[in-house]
Ligand binder design. Structure first.
Ligand code: AMP
Length: 111
């Protein structure tokens, strides 16, 4: 059993407010939203940080961009826009060591 909280979401061991899921990715609402819409997008594959991305992951993460497009369309953020953020390691403020991208929007971001 994994200690990773996002792997537990992937495995269905803890609940998440999911927006969308396919074989490779899940999008779910952040429990502490920092914007009107704050969604996290994760690959189901456990990759700890941005710096752990390998050559073999390049196609997967290319598809993750297309998945983010679908999520933003589902949430009607695609026309007005949004922000995509990855926090990497300690200086980046990373709290959960399973690669994820924050999708922020639903309003004009003031920060
Ligand atoms: P980061 O600082 O980039 O690692 O961000 C981790 C994010 O995960 C934070 O914004 C948390 O609010 C969020 N988070 C932690 N646990 C959960 C959870 N069980 N469901 C949804 N979001 C979570």
């Amino acid at each position: 059993m994994s200690d990773c909280i996002f792997c537990k979401i992937v495995d269905g061991e803890i609940p998440a407010n999911k927006v969308m899921e396919d074989e490779e990715f899940i999008a779910f609402h952040d429990i502490h939203p920092k914007a009107k819409v704050h969604v996290l997008v994760i690959p189901k594959k456990h990759i700890p940080t941005f710096m752990d991305i390998q050559e073999e992951d390049v196609a997967l993460l290319g598809r993750l961009h297309l998945f983010i497009q679908k999520v933003t369309k589902e949430l009607n953020m695609d026309e007005k826009g949004f922000r995509v953020i990855n926090n990497c390691k300690d200086h980046g403020g990373q709290e959960v060591y399973h690669l994820h991208y924050h999708i922020l929007g639903g309003e004009k971001l003031a920060f």
